[in-house]
Design a protein around this ligand. Structure first.
Ligand code: SF4
Length: 281
């Protein structure tokens, strides 16, 4: 059985950068806190905990010397202000590509446009974009969210996209918006690492008998890779560790492709590849 691992599988540039910043901060003599998990992956979360980084819900006041680490997908401006007031030193590990989305959204707002965000309403990155704006933007997660009611009185709008959205879905939403909004400026802010991953998630299922997507079940970008691959090859399976692999999946398979979400560590990909090799012996 030939195993091919997608070149883009695993950590993206922004996650690698954020983890390096986090570990460097943890090595200092201050206590380091983070709002929520650094990424949606249990192995990485455990690693951060072992390095001494603590997870909190909100920055509370205290006399100790503390640092608040902002995660790769950014945060609302209010949260940073609040943390500074509470005495935290801020270390900002927001991905530069997410910062660019913040800047674009603010420019669209200054240009007198209603900002529309295409993304998952509950995702931290989307909340972070919302938190940069003066007026409440419209958030659209799927074409079915577009209705006369949501777009009432909008004649001039600007669209930004959560960095990890699926491009085909985004284009469907934008065409529907164009039919309803006279003056629409569209900025495609899906990041390049996501584009490359999704492109590979479309070729792997065609070139392989089986595709294995590695990543946590809580990772939205891993889920998207799984959905793209599964729509092209029914023998696509989503695992978090080698223990999730089933021998029956590989029956008569000669080629297996592996990809992994942006929050999946290299060690998990290696372990799963090893698990597949053992199954095929
Ligand atoms: S998915 Fe893209 S925007 Fe998000 S952290 Fe990675 S590189 Fe940055």
């Amino acid at each position: 059985m030939k195993i091919t691992i997608a070149g883009s599988a695993g950590f993206c540039f922004g996650v690698k950068r954020a983890l390096a910043i986090a570990l460097k901060a943890a090595a200092s003599d201050r206590k380091v806190y983070m709002l929520g998990d650094i990424v949606h992956n249990e192995v990485v979360v455990d690693e951060m905990r072992a390095a001494g980084i603590k997870r909190i819900k909100a920055p509370l006041e205290s006399r100790e010397m503390r640092t608040l680490l902002i995660r790769a997908h950014g945060v609302q401006q209010d949260t940073v202000t609040c943390a500074r007031r509470a005495g935290y030193k801020i270390i900002d590990a927001t991905c530069p590509m997410v910062k660019e989305i913040h800047a674009i959204a603010k420019t669209l707002e200054k240009d007198n446009r209603t900002v529309i965000i295409i993304g998952d309403k509950e995702h931290d990155e989307v909340r972070g974009i919302v938190g940069q704006l003066k007026k409440r933007p419209v958030i659209i997660s799927s074409p079915s969210d577009i209705s006369r009611k949501t777009l009432r009185n909008i004649a001039r709008a600007g669209v930004v996209v959560q960095s990890t959205q699926e491009e085909a879905k985004v284009f469907r939403i934008v065409s529907a918006l164009k039919r309803r909004i006279r003056d629409l400026a569209f900025r495609n802010t899906i990041c390049n690492p996501t584009r490359t991953k999704q492109k590979e998630a479309r070729t792997l299922p065609v070139k392989n008998d089986v595709v294995i997507v590695v990543g946590s079940k809580s990772s939205a970008n891993t889920k998207r890779l799984y959905q793209i691959s599964r729509s092209l090859n029914r023998r696509t399976y989503w695992v978090n560790s080698p223990g999730d692999l089933r021998r029956v999946w590989f029956k008569l398979a000669r080629r297996v492709g592996i990809t992994a979400g942006a929050s999946t560590p290299e060690s998990s990909i290696r372990n799963v590849a090893e698990g597949i090799r053992n199954i095929s012996v």
